[in-house]
Design a protein around this ligand. Structure first.
Ligand code: AHG
Ligand code: MN
Ligand code: MN
Length: 278
């Protein structure tokens, strides 16, 4: 596991360099979800693959930018599902973006997750490792990631990050979001799930939602690369993550690019989501 964390740290430093120096324009390719890939999405994916090819514990990888699973090491133990650059369409306006890695064993169900790493490319480079607990590391002038703190959610927060477009929400979802704001929550939504969830985790709690919508009944966010990893982080930090009713980590994808509605939060907010979905 340690060598996977180290490979991710090396990729993060290289991707940070790409973000600061490379072209952030679109390529001519479309990925499996139907998004037009940025040139930097493709390059970041290759940087990560190259780092995983240097180590022996990774058996297979699958990423948001790859159509199929890719074999790495026949004798490897772990399967890594990753989103090389999450929120990449925000790069042209210089907002924070991230990378997400789910380290699985045996398969890609929520219960196969053994550890998660996510990287935030913001004004600073930060990395979070969720294994037994959730630890934040900051990249320093020494050229390495230094431990900063253990991340722990409070029982109730004050931030609300509601995804998608209001016009596509169900009546029930709109009512819930309106009621949450009416009870004093503040809106925090950049359109990048990594910085949006990182903010909720570091400011003690709140709710991030990407529900079933009229245009995307199964939500937008992908189970293997985005949803399961953050569900794991939120549970390890003392919060919860559900699809509206069920625990997200109890789900299994039938296709690598499957999506699901998702709600991540501290315990009080998730109890509220359950109440509205009864
Ligand atoms: P990606 O850039 O990897 O395709 O992911 C973008 C995702 C996620 O980061 C964010 O939370 C969500 O898209 C935002 O979607 P909406 O604009 O529909 O709210
Ligand atoms: Mn993404
Ligand atoms: Mn992406």
């Amino acid at each position: 596991m340690k060598e996977i964390f180290e490979a991710i740290k090396r990729s993060a430093i290289k991707i940070k360099w790409l973000i600061e120096n490379e072209d952030t324009g679109y390529s001519k390719n479309i990925n499996s979800t139907g998004d037009t890939q940025l040139k930097i999405d493709i390059k970041s994916d290759l940087v990560i693959e190259e780092e995983f090819r240097k180590i022996s514990s990774v058996k297979e990888i699958i990423s948001e930018e790859k159509e199929k699973k890719t074999a790495i090491n026949e004798n490897g133990r772990y399967f890594v599902g990753y989103d090389p650059l999450d929120g990449s369409s925000l790069l042209d306006v210089d907002l924070s973006v991230g990378s997400i890695f789910g380290i699985y064993e045996n398969g890609y169900s929520g219960t196969d997750l053994k550890a998660v790493v996510y990287v935030v490319y913001g004004p600073r480079l930060e990395l979070v490792i969720a294994h037994e607990d959730v630890k934040l590391y900051k990249f320093t002038e020494k050229g390495e990631f230094i431990f900063n703190q253990v991340i722990k959610l409070k029982e109730k927060g004050y931030l609300n990050a509601p995804g998608s477009t209001q016009g596509c929400w169900s009546k029930k979802h709109k009512q819930m979001i309106d009621d949450i704001f009416a009870s004093g929550y503040r809106l925090r939504y950049s359109g990048g799930m990594v910085p949006d969830l990182h903010q909720i985790l570091l400011k003690g709690g709140g709710l991030f939602s990407y529900p079933s919508t009229t245009d995307r009944p199964k939500g937008k966010l992908r189970m293997i690369f985005e949803v399961f990893p953050f569900a794991f982080v939120f549970e390890k930090a003392g919060g919860a993550a559900i699809d509206g009713k069920k625990r997200l980590l109890d789900l299994s994808p039938t296709h690598p690019h499957d999506t699901t509605p998702c709600f991540f939060g501290s315990n009080e907010e998730i109890k509220l989501v359950i109440k509205y979905n009864e």
